[in-house]
Design a protein around this ligand. Structure first.
Ligand code: T1G
Length: 703
């Protein structure tokens, strides 16, 4: 190689080789999850060469340092050119052909490529709390290092399809029953693995999964799997590829199937869908980082929680804490409201128990942690108090004034308001640093998104405590600033305006909703409006107009509400609901829209599904760009997390900002201008600079 060729720096040494007598131990040190990063394959291959050349070595144990076995390929390396990507397939091939027994010693989570590597070993042993799985489908890819060919050779077609299409891990005990694990090690894993390795050191022939046959193939199994993913993975690419590859494993020799698997993996990895899912994977984790709040910021301990209001939201919020063993005192204004609220909580738990997801004993344990009360005095000891009453500023202010008098010093005072000014609420207390917004999404015990609303004076400690708490209760916390609707609901306004505009100018409501179904949304704006209740938007628009002295709004949807059609709750809204919740286009509404257009002198025009979809998706993104500029959201990726976890935006599109970046922001601006929609200044600037929202985030976060 000529001297001036730039030497690619040697990868770091991430694998330590050591001896336990006649067993060579390869320990991977690549915190935090021992991802299969550059340096890991090199270390493992070197270790195997050492074992091969040393006759005193009778067997090899591979084990993860720190808290887990290899948790998968390093997702960050997916964008590397193929020749620079860590050679996972080559490492596993070397294991598969190795002439001495190799034992994977698993603790923590052996996932994806990590588990594929374990399947390439002769044997696998694990601690009892270890988990193994192939979650690649959740990243829009497929097990690309032999998993689609080896897994069915161990567990059969049906179970292999189940595991790879769900992407969910199985516990060590179940893995042992399935034949994926040879032994559960009690006590020290390394010692257990070494002892196991010694016991099998002379066993020949060495077991090789790649040499086994696949059991359980039938046309019906594959047909059922293909039918199933039409519902569970609507519009996605990789689930179908997984099914095809498992079917291939039943038809061709291992090496042929393995080769084709490698090709299909590259196809899936380079798809916009995988980029979207990988974007969300990292975005979810990035959202937990608060740019100007140091990781060392002290946290307050949350041992007990108070909830004010036992309505739908208050009850759901309380359940989040009961579920993780945190006692809750819930306060209402009347015994009847309290009884009703507790009844709903109990019924929710009992329904979960009926589905076998909770024991009756757990129901009682959780209900036992719930203390009903009619007095604020009972909140005096709470570390966190969450107000969840109806959206009226005067009522909320009165509550926070009372809390200021009753709550102990250091208690965090949170409002669950979905739109109101948290600064205004904080101002009625003498402790604005302890006041924050915790905006849960209904149903609060189910929806994973939690908008953590940072008021001007919210202290870093309170912010950091609430972010940690969101993870503890299984929520995805995203910090947002104070403005009407914060981030999620604020973006709904132009989204809904655009939907209404499409209908006003010629589209039918069902076409507008269908366009968002095509994007991957479970529900379009009109279905969502009918479900939430059209009267809520109607009332808040009027309230806002009254406050600001603007003229009363007039829109064709308002006419629907004025007919008493409030949505599902009145059996009719934009759609008719002849049987339960299934929306049926309504001739009456079609006529109402026609006459409204005539009244406004609007000439009807056609819209293609593509334009209908882009107008709506870009309306979301455009407002997101404004939100970013105002500093209401830390990152564009935070906005994506909000829409994926709170509003059903398809994760495989990566969220509204990522989706726009995928289209090319230059193209987006051109589309918006063609639609007569003013692009946000930041969007226009990024488009002119040929950048994406990810570039913006990296620039802003200095990454
Ligand atoms: N690659 C790169 N970084 C990863 C990573 C991975 N596989 N897994 C986690 N991280 C980072 C994560 O971004 C975070 O970084 C830190 O580690 C802690 O993660 C060929 C192609 C293992 C259950 O899909 O499910 O193998 O925020 O906060 O809650 O077939 O991480 O600290 O900077 O999630 O304790 C398959 C993905 C890959 C597993 C641990 N494997 N990871 O959860 O920690 S594709 C996966 C997880 C593959 C092959 C294919 C979880 C975890 P930061 P964390 P955790």
């Amino acid at each position: 190689m000529s001297s001036d060729t730039a030497q690619t720096p040697a990868p770091p040494r991430l694998v330590q080789s050591s001896r336990e007598g006649d067993v060579l131990v390869l320990t991977i040190h690549n915190p935090p999850v021992n991802a299969f990063s550059p340096g890991v394959p090199e270390g493992l291959k070197a270790g195997l060469d050492e074992a091969e050349s040393d006759d005193s070595v009778r067997a090899v144990v591979i084990i993860g340092g720190g808290r887990t076995f290899i948790a998968g390929a390093d997702i960050k390396t997916f964008n590397l050119p193929r020749e620079q990507a860590p050679d996972l397939r080559g490492t596993i091939a070397k294991l598969d052909g190795f002439q001495k027994p190799t034992v994977a010693a698993i603790h923590g989570t052996a996932l994806g490529g990590g588990f594929e590597l374990a399947l390439g070993c002769s044997y696998r042993v694990a601690t009892k709390d270890a988990q193994v799985g192939l979650p690649e489908v959740k990243l829009g890819v497929l097990p690309g290092a032999g998993g689609t060919q080896r897994l069915p050779r161990v567990v059969g077609v049906q179970k292999a399809l189940e595991m790879m299409l769900s992407g969910n891990p199985v516990k060590a005990s179940q893995a042992k029953e399935l034949g994926l694990i040879d032994e559960i090690v009690e006590g020290d894993l390394l010692q257990g693995a070494v002892a196991f390795a010694r016991r099998v050191a002379d066993a020949r022939p060495l077991p090789r999964i790649s040499e086994r046959e696949v059991e359980g193939a039938s046309p019906e199994v594959f047909a059922a799997a293909r039918e199933g993913i039409r519902k569970t993975h609507r519009g996605q690419l990789s689930p179908g590829l997984i099914i095809d590859l498992v079917e291939l494993a039943t038809q061709v020799p291992f090496d042929e199937g393995h080769r084709i698997e490698g090709e299909k993996f590259m196809e899936a990895k380079d798809s916009p869908q995988s980029r979207g899912l990988r974007h969300i994977f990292f975005a979810e984790r990035e959202a937990a980082k608060i740019a100007d709040v140091d990781r060392s910021t002290p946290r307050r301990e949350i041992r007990t929680v108070g909830v004010i209001g036992a309505g739908t939201m208050g009850g759901g919020i309380a359940m989040n804490f009961l579920n993780v063993g945190v006692p809750v005192t819930i306060v209402e204004t009347s015994q009847e409201a309290l009884d009703r609220g507790l009844g709903i909580i109990r019924r929710n738990y009992e329904n979960t128990a009926k589905k076998g997801r909770l024991s009756l004993e757990d129901v009682e344990k959780r209900m036992g942690l719930l203390t009903p009360s009619l007095s604020y005095d009972d909140l005096a000891g709470a570390d966190l108090i969450i107000e969840a009453v109806f959206e009226d500023m005067a009522v909320k202010k009165a509550i926070f004034a009372k809390l200021d008098a009753v709550a102990k010093p250091g208690a965090i005072l949170a409002t669950n308001t979905s739109t109101l000014d948290v600064n205004e609420i904080a101002a009625v207390t003498g402790r604005p640093g302890d006041v924050i917004g915790l905006h849960f999404f209904s149903p609060a015990n189910v929806m994973r998104l939690l908008e953590i609303v940072r008021a001007d004076q919210t202290s870093p400690e309170v912010l950091a405590t609430c972010m940690d708490l969101s993870k503890k209760i299984g929520k995805v916390g995203v910090v947002v600033g104070v403005c009407p609707g914060f981030v999620g609901n604020r973006m709904l306004v132009p989204y809904r305006d655009q939907a209404n505009e499409l209908v006003l100018r010629g589209a039918r409501p069902q076409d507008v909703d269908a366009a968002m179904h095509a994007l991957g949304m479970p529900m379009g704006p009109f279905e969502m409006g009918d479900m939430a209740g059209l009267d809520i938007g109607y009332a808040s628009r009027r309230e806002a107009a009254k406050k600001s002295g603007e003229p009363m709004p007039d829109d064709w949807v308002d006419r629907v509400v004025e007919l008493g059609r409030k949505g599902q709750k009145t059996g009719a809204g934009v759609y008719d609901y002849p049987e339960g919740r299934r929306p049926v286009p309504s001739p009456l509404i079609e006529e109402l829209i026609e006459s409204y257009r005539a009244e406004k002198g609007i000439e009807r025009r056609e819209f293609t599904p593509d334009e209908a979809m882009k107008r709506q998706a870009y309306a979301l993104m455009n407002e997101g760009a404004r939100i970013l500029e105002e500093g209401i959201a830390q990152r564009a990726s935070d906005i994506d997390v909000i829409y994926v976890f709170g509003y059903g935006f398809p994760a495989y599109r990566g969220g509204p900002m990522q989706y726009a970046s995928e289209q090319g922001l230059k193209n987006v601006v051109a589309d918006l201008e063609r639609y007569g929609i003013e692009p946000a200044p930041l969007l226009r600037r990024l488009a002119e600079e040929g950048k994406t929202f990810t570039d913006y985030d990296q620039g802003r976060m200095g990454r």
